[in-house]
Design a binder for this molecule. Structure first.
Ligand SMILES: [Zn+2]
Length: 322
């Protein structure tokens, strides 16, 4: 029976009953993850050989490569590699991730999956890592824009406010997280990340890994897009020009509105250190919205491959900017 999926009424969803039937046990979950990761049969993640043998006891792992003689499982080389959480619980987490438009708090994962809050927090960040892969470059035209998340100037301590005014002027953004975003007009896909600052240099770096060199970009009148290597058209918001034919940034701005609502809702604040992963999550989820739930789940699994996130990376270290 078809159910509507969140986001659009014509998408096909999965009920909780159907989900429980899809994953009755660990073996079913393992088979499901393997079929998503290896649609043409198991492939060695160490050497890419398809000459592999199943190990009946699954010890030390379910698969052995006859080319490089190493063992592997469907978790090897993915964000699940260092996790002890059963695959069945991972599958349920992927479902929650695909169907919760406003994001999934670690408290919900903790309660719904019956795992500790610490494990839930870590699992959430690993799923977010799966979303941070921008995939192929945008062909364009591409809307590019930047926005700010975080405390308002009026909430800053007086000393800090004066300092911000001195270094940034009235419109400065001290104390806020800067997010750069791009939306491809053709595919409607969005890619967004936290950047160090709203500067020409940082926005250029952001665009280079997302936008094809021959694509056209549409931006507002901000000077940080001046002298861009792309074919560039801008609307001048300061002169109340918001749309000129195809030239506008309405798509990426509506994405910013969704991101900010989520920022104020599900998560009371993003910590600076993890804000980039949350931003990746929201852009990743936006890109899944046109898909049926089962296809969105498959996309999330494919995004897990080739990504790793160790406990040490998550607990320590600097925020990742790109
Ligand atoms: Zn191998």
């Amino acid at each position: 029976m078809a159910h509507s999926a969140p986001g659009r009424h014509d998408r096909e969803g999965i009920s909780l009953m159907e989900l429980a039937e899809m994953f009755p046990d660990e073996a079913a979950a393992k088979a499901w993850f393997e079929a998503r990761r290896w649609p043409h049969g198991p492939t060695c993640p160490h050497c890419s050989s398809t000459a592999v043998s199943a190990i009946a006891s699954e010890k030390p792992m379910p698969w052995r490569c006859r080319s490089c003689r190493r063992h592997f499982s469907v978790r090897t080389g993915t964000v699940m590699e260092e996790s002890k959480i059963p695959l069945r619980k991972w599958a349920f987490a992927v479902y929650l991730w695909a169907t919760s438009l406003k994001g999934v708090s670690s408290m919900k994962l903790h309660r719904d999956l019956g795992i500790t809050q610490k494990s839930a927090w870590f699992l959430g960040h690993r799923l977010r890592e799966a979303f941070s892969n921008p995939g192929r470059l945008f062909d364009g035209p591409v809307e590019v824009d930047e926005t700010f998340l975080g405390g308002k100037r009026k909430n800053m301590p007086k000393s800090k406010r004066a300092e911000a005014k001195k270094t940034l002027g009235e419109g400065g953004t001290s104390g806020k997280t800067v997010v750069a975003g791009a939306k491809d007009r053709e595919t409607k896909k969005v890619s967004a990340r936290v950047v160090r600052a709203a500067t020409r240099h940082d926005l250029r770096r952001f665009m280079e890994v997302r936008v094809r060199p021959d694509a056209t970009i549409y931006t507002d009148g901000s000077r940080i897009y001046d002298n861009s290597p792309y074919a560039h058209e801008a609307v001048d918001h300061s002169a109340e020009e918001y749309v000129r034919g195809p030239v506008h940034t309405n798509g990426i701005e509506s994405f910013w509105a969704q991101l900010k609502r989520a920022y104020q809702g599900t998560f009371h604040h993003f910590s600076e250190k993890h804000s980039d992963r949350y931003v990746s999550e929201f852009s990743g989820r936006h890109n899944l919205r046109p898909l049926d739930t089962v296809d969105a789940m498959g996309e999330i699994v494919r995004g897990m491959v080739g990504r790793r996130l160790t406990r040490a990376e998550l607990v320590g270290g600097e925020p990742a900017y790109a």
